[in-house]
Design a protein around this ligand. Structure first.
Ligand SMILES: Nc1ncnc2c1ncn2[C@@H]1O[C@H](COP(=O)(O)OP(=O)(O)OP(=O)(O)O)[C@@H](O)[C@H]1O
Ligand SMILES: [Mg+2]
Length: 506
C-alpha cells in the first residue's frame, strides 16, 4: 500500500440496518489521478462516498487523506454528491458558499455583492456564465444545477482540499456538456488534484480515468489500470459474468399499427415551434436533440405541465386540452421525468408507497389501494423491474439511485398508460437494469401503449425505437425510421452539420 497516496482506504466495513453493505474495502487514490469507481446499482458506491464525506461513520478500517486520518468537518475532500446535495430554496451563490462559509464584512454583515460576483466568476470559468447567482436553485434546470454543484466542489478545492469526489456527475448532462466538464477535470488533474469518479458510462470512464476500481455486492473486486484493460473486462468484473450483447438487440421491435394514439398539429410552446407528429399504438418513438432543443418542453406540453400556446392535440382521435398534468394522467398519459428528486418521488415514504401513489393522488378518489392487494402488486412490480433489495416496505431514500429510478418507472407502468413518455429513463441505472427498462418499454408497446423515449444515447435509440424524431431549436427537423434510424444518422441529424438523412419535415 502506498503510504504517500492522497487517499488511502484500508479494510473499510460498513453495516446499515443490519446489512453488511461495504466489506473490507481497500482503495488508494494518487495525486493527479482520476480513479473511476464502477459497479452495478446497489453495489455500494454512494455508501463508500458517504463514508468519505462523514455522512456515515465507519464500523471498521481506516481512511487517510494525505496521511492524516479523515476528520469530520476538516474539509479534506470536496464533493459532488449523486443527488447534488443542493438546497432548493437558497440561491446559487448561497449554495456555492455553504461549504466554505459566507463572506462577511467588518461589521459581520454578509457581503452579498462580492459573494454573487465570486459565484458568477466561478460559474463562468466552468462555461456557465448564463447562470444568475441570485436565482433560486429550484428554478434551474438539471444541467445548471450540476454546474452549481461542481462549482461548489471546486470552491472547496480552492480552500485547500486536494481530493475531489464526483458521484455520477454526468448523469444529467447532455453529451455536449460532458466535454466541458472533462476539460475542467483534466485541468484539475494537471494541478495534482486526485479524484474519485463514479459513473455507469464505460466510454466516459475509459476516456477520462487513469484507473478503475470495481465494486460488486459491497466488495472491491479489482482495481485495473485503464490502459491495460477493456470495457468487456470491466463489465464482466461488475456483473460477475459476461454480458450477452443485449444492448444492441434487447427485444423484438413491434409491428406498427395504424391506430393513432397521439397526434399534434402545429403545436407551439414557449420554445417549441410548429410541432406535427402522430404516434400509433404499439410504437416506440425516440425523441432526441441537443440541450435546449425542446424535447423536454414538448413532453411537458403533451403532459399538460407546460402551456400549449397554439395548435391542436388529439388523443385517440379526440381533441384534448390539458390545463394540468392531473388531467393528462386521467386521460391515460404517463411521464417519467428526468428529475427523479424534483417531481418524481417522496423520499421519506416507502418504496411501495412511491409506486402505488402517483404524484397526483389527491385527484384520485381511490388513490390508495387496500393494504394486502397493494403489497402484492408492489412485490410483483419490484420483481419485474429487478429492484434491489426487493423490499417495498423500505424507505425510498434508502435505495440506491438506480433502484429508485426503476421504482419510478414501475409506478407509471402500473397505471397502464395509453401514452407513456420517458425522459432519460436510464439515468443512473446500470447496464443490466438499463436493458430491463428498455425491454419494459417495448413490452408496454407490445401491449398496446404508444411510447415516446427521450434520450441522448443514440445507440440505444437505434436499438429500441421504431422511429426517431430529431429536434433542433424547438422544431422537429428530421424523422428517421427503420433501417435509416442508425446511431450514425441520428448523431448527424442531431448535430445538424450535415443535411439530415431521411424524411425532412419542414
Ligand atoms: N440509508 C440506507 N439505509 C439502509 N440501506 C441503505 C441505505 N442507503 C443505501 N443502502 C443500501 O446499501 C446498498 C448500497 O447502496 P448504494 O447507494 O451505495 O449503491 P450504489 O452503488 O451507489 O448504486 P447506484 O448505482 O444505484 O447509485 C444498497 O443495497 C442499498 O439498498
Ligand atoms: Mg449511487
Amino acid at each position: 500500500m502506498n503510504q504517500n497516496a492522497l487517499l488511502s482506504i484500508v479494510n473499510l466495513h460498513k453495516t446499515l440496518i443490519g446489512n453488511h453493505i461495504l466489506q473490507g474495502i481497500d482503495l488508494t487514490v494518487e495525486q493527479g489521478e482520476i480513479h473511476a469507481l464502477m459497479g452495478g446499482n446497489g453495489a455500494g458506491k454512494s455508501t463508500l462516498i458517504k463514508c468519505l464525506s462523514g455522512y456515515w461513520s465507519i464500523d471498521k478500517g481506516s481512511i487517510k487523506v494525505n496521511g492524516d486520518p479523515l476528520q469530520p468537518g476538516a474539509k479534506q475532500i470536496a464533493f459532488v454528491q449523486q443527488d447534488l446535495g443542493l438546497i432548493q430554496s437558497l440561491s446559487v451563490a448561497e449554495n456555492i458558499c455553504l461549504g466554505v462559509g459566507y463572506q462577511t464584512g467588518a461589521l459581520g454583515n454578509i457581503r452579498w455583492r462580492e459573494m454573487n460576483a465570486a459565484a458568477a466568476d466561478l460559474l463562468a470559468s466552468l462555461g456557465h456564465a448564463g447562470i444568475d447567482p441570485r436565482a433560486e436553485i429550484g428554478r434551474l434546470n438539471l444541467v445548471q444545477r450540476t454546474a452549481v454543484a461542481i462549482a461548489r466542489a471546486t470552491q472547496g478545492l480552492k480552500d485547500g482540499a486536494k481530493l475531489l469526489v464526483l458521484d455520477e456527475p454526468t448523469a444529467a448532462l447532455p453529451s455536449t456538456e460532458i466535454g466541458a466538464l472533462f476539460e475542467t477535470l483534466e485541468r484539475l488533474r494537471a494541478t495534482g488534484i486526485g479524484m474519485i469518479y463514479v459513473s455507469h458510462h464505460l466510454s466516459e470512464v475509459f476516456r477520462l480515468c487513469d484507473r478503475i476500481s470495481v465494486l460488486r455486492e459491497g466488495k472491491l473486486i479489482s482495481t485495473e489500470t485503464t490502459r491495460e484493460t477493456s470495457e468487456a473486462d470491466i463489465v464482466e468484473l461488475m456483473l460477475g459474468r459476461k454480458l450477452q450483447k443485449t444492448i444492441k438487440s434487447p427485444v423484438q421491435k413491434g409491428q406498427e399499427t395504424a391506430e393513432q394514439v397521439l397526434s399534434l398539429t402545429g403545436v407551439c410552446g414557449q420554445r417549441t415551434k410548429d410541432i406535427n407528429l402522430t404516434i400509433c399504438k404499439g410504437e416506440v418513438v425516440g425523441l432526441t436533440g441537443l440541450q435546449g432543443s425542446g424535447c423536454t418542453e414538448l413532453a411537458e406540453i403533451i403532459f399538460g405541465a407546460h402551456a400549449c400556446q397554439a395548435g391542436q392535440m388529439m388523443l385517440e382521435g379526440q381533441p384534448v386540452v390539458f390545463a394540468h398534468p392531473a388531467e393528462a394522467v386521467l386521460a391515460g398519459i404517463g411521464l417519467v421525468t428526468e428529475d427523479r428528486h424534483g417531481n418524481g418521488s417522496f423520499a421519506e415514504a416507502s418504496l411501495g408507497e412511491n409506486i402505488t401513489a402517483t404524484n397526483l393522488n389527491r385527484f384520485f378518489r381511490k388513490g390508495w389501494l387496500n393494504g394486502t392487494a397493494e403489497a402484492a402488486e408492489v412485490d410483483g412490480l419490484v420483481a419485474d423491474f429487478n429492484v434491489q433489495p426487493p423490499n417495498g416496505r423500505r424507505r425510498f431514500s434508502s435505495f440506491s439511485g438506480g433502484n429508485q429510478q426503476k421504482a419510478i418507472l414501475a409506478k407509471w407502468m402500473r397505471l397502464n398508460p395509453k401514452l407513456l413518455i420517458c425522459d432519460q429513463p436510464d439515468v443512473g441505472v446500470d447496464i443490466g437494469s438499463k436493458n430491463a427498462i428498455y425491454a419494459a418499454l417495448r413490452n408496454a408497446a407490445a401491449n398496446g401503449a404508444a411510447v415516446i423515449l427521450i434520450s441522448n444515447q443514440h445507440d440505444d435509440l437505434e436499438a429500441i425505437c421504431d422511429r426517431v424524431l430529431i429536434m433542433r431549436s424547438g422544431r422537429i427537423v428530421a424523422a428517421l425510421s427503420g433501417a435509416e434510424a442508425t446511431e450514425h444518422n441520428i448523431s448527424l441529424a442531431t448535430i445538424g452539420t450535415q443535411a439530415p438523412v431521411g424524411e425532412l419535415i419542414q
